[in-house]
Design a binder for this molecule. Structure first.
Ligand SMILES: CC(C)(COP(=O)(O)OP(=O)(O)OC[C@H]1O[C@@H](n2cnc3c(N)ncnc32)[C@H](O)[C@@H]1OP(=O)(O)O)[C@@H](O)C(=O)NCCC(=O)NCCS
Length: 164
């Protein structure tokens, strides 16, 4: 069974939302704390422009993983070379190199869209994600303390960066 990495289309909206929502329901890996509807996901995919993309990993036409790449901050031109990314895989499909395959496409896209680096924020307890991103060449910048409030509790976040 091969894994196909491709850009998401509006037709993937439901499956993309389902994958992200499955990670949200695990309750400890992502900053999103409420589920996305198919309509919201459809609107998001339609809103993507030349410097933002969503890639999906599909096995037998079923979406098992999602990765987004986008501008890190849109308040100033001077940081237009900085992207950010997020990755969500269904539990059964983790640890098989699918995240890495998605990242190869996202990095290729980011370079072609004139980004020079990617900055991400990972919850300090998310050891699998920290290992994943470090194995992709991300280096720690530092820890933002009590940066995220989830379920009434404040959490630290690790900031990491990778030059493209
Ligand atoms: C983090 C996540 C995206 C990793 O994707 P993945 O497909 O499982 O990772 P891969 O199989 O491509 O692994 C790539 C590298 O990451 C490391 N890695 C991934 N998962 C790991 C784990 N559970 N423990 C240790 N290392 C891990 C491995 O070192 C691997 O390196 P290798 O290719 O040299 O063996 C995936 O586990 C996930 O979706 N987690 C839940 C959501 C999340 O935390 N997202 C990140 C925040 S947005």
């Amino acid at each position: 069974m091969g894994t196909l990495i491709r850009k998401a289309t509006v037709n993937d909206a439901k499956q993309v939302a389902d994958v992200i929502n499955s990670v949200i329901s695990e309750g400890k890996y992502t900053l999103f704390d409420r589920a996305f509807s198919e309509e919201e996901e459809r609107a998001f995919i339609l809103s993507l422009r030349d410097r933002s993309a969503v890639y999906v990993a599909a096995i037998d036409n079923a979406v098992v993983g999602v990765q987004s790449i986008d501008l890190f901050a849109n308040f100033a031109e001077c940081v237009r070379h900085v992207a950010t990314m997020g990755t969500w895989l269904r539990t059964d499909f983790r640890g098989r190199g699918i995240g890495r395959l998605l990242a190869e496409e996202s990095f290729r896209f980011a370079r072609s869209a004139d980004y020079r680096k990617v900055v991400i924020q990972i919850l300090v307890d998310n050891e699998a994600a920290l290992r994943f991103y470090r194995s992709l060449g991300f280096q720690d910048i530092g820890i933002a303390r009590l940066h995220v409030r989830l379920g009434g509790k404040f959490h630290d976040e690790v900031y990491l960066e990778k030059f493209l």
